[in-house]
Design a protein around this ligand. Structure first.
Ligand SMILES: *Cc1c(COP(=O)(O)O)cnc(C)c1O
Length: 241
């Protein structure tokens, strides 16, 4: 009997493959496994099935997992809210940050990225539905933030990330994804190295791929429901602490 994790992982891989086929795309959509709320043992088990890129929101939990699993060649993405007091640890321990939404944070990450490491791979988080409680730069300010980040030598701007409003109709989510795609196209027309449009989660993977996502971030449908050690966690979707 295959393990539930293996079954769930294979189901997500085949959904992704099918979504690419339906959208008439090559298999060019990366899968980020979002392991927040799951132990290092679960990450280890998934890496044994071939998954390499993992996303984390909660810095302290993430640092513990990264330390425990440092013998594996994993690629860690920070996808949570970023305040100044977190930038050093993120710059030191992650390969990617998907949640950069202001210049001050970008400058700190740039200054704190250790010299022996390659540049930090960065996505700008865009607050695509202009939700007051959510992280992310306003769409109207995304291109000027990109221009400033592009000047920072220790950061490599790769694209944008967005999280549409929760609990809305599929058609509304689709509109949000289209707006993210339009912004991404503007960005990639300006900078050569832009190649990542991070959008789509467990509930809207297919919609996101149809709209042009190049990276989906999947937690629940791979690992199952999240179990937290401590209780008080921020609301899902508002990826801030
Ligand atoms: C938790 C989270 C995900 C994964 O969401 P699921 O619905 O569990 O797939 C993706 N992206 C971000 C930014 C998250 O915070």
């Amino acid at each position: 009997m295959p393990s539930p994790l293996k079954q769930q992982y294979e189901k997500v891989l085949s959904r992704l493959q099918h979504a690419c086929q339906v959208a008439g795309r090559n298999q060019d959509v990366a899968l980020l496994a979002v392991s927040k709320g799951h132990p290092a043992t679960a990450v280890h088990a998934l890496s044994a099935l071939g998954q390499r890129a993992f996303g984390e929101n909660y810095l302290q939990d993430a640092l513990a997992k990264i330390e425990q699993l440092k013998s594996l060649d994993l690629e860690w993405h920070y996808i949570g809210g970023l305040q100044s007091n977190k930038t050093r640890a993120v710059a030191e321990h992650f390969s990617w940050v998907q949640s950069v939404d202001r210049l001050k944070i970008a400058q700190r990450l740039n200054d704190q990225r250790p010299k022996p490491l390659p540049p930090l791979q960065v996505l700008i988080q865009v607050n695509i539905d202009d939700e007051p409680q959510k992280s992310g730069v306003a769409s109207a300010d995304a291109l000027s933030l990109a221009a400033a980040i592009d000047q920072l030598p220790r950061l490599n701007l790769r694209g944008i990330m967005g999280i549409p409003s929760a609990d809305v109709e599929a058609a509304t989510t689709q509109q949000s994804f289209f707006r993210l795609k339009a912004l991404y196209d503007q960005l990639s027309a300006t900078y050569d190295q832009i190649d990542t449009l991070s959008m789509g989660m467990s509930g809207d993977l297919e919609t996101a791929v149809a709209a042009g996502s190049t990276m989906v971030r999947i937690g629940t449908d791979i690992f199952g429901p999240r179990q937290y050690a401590q209780k008080a966690r921020p609301a899902e979707g508002s990826n801030s602490l």
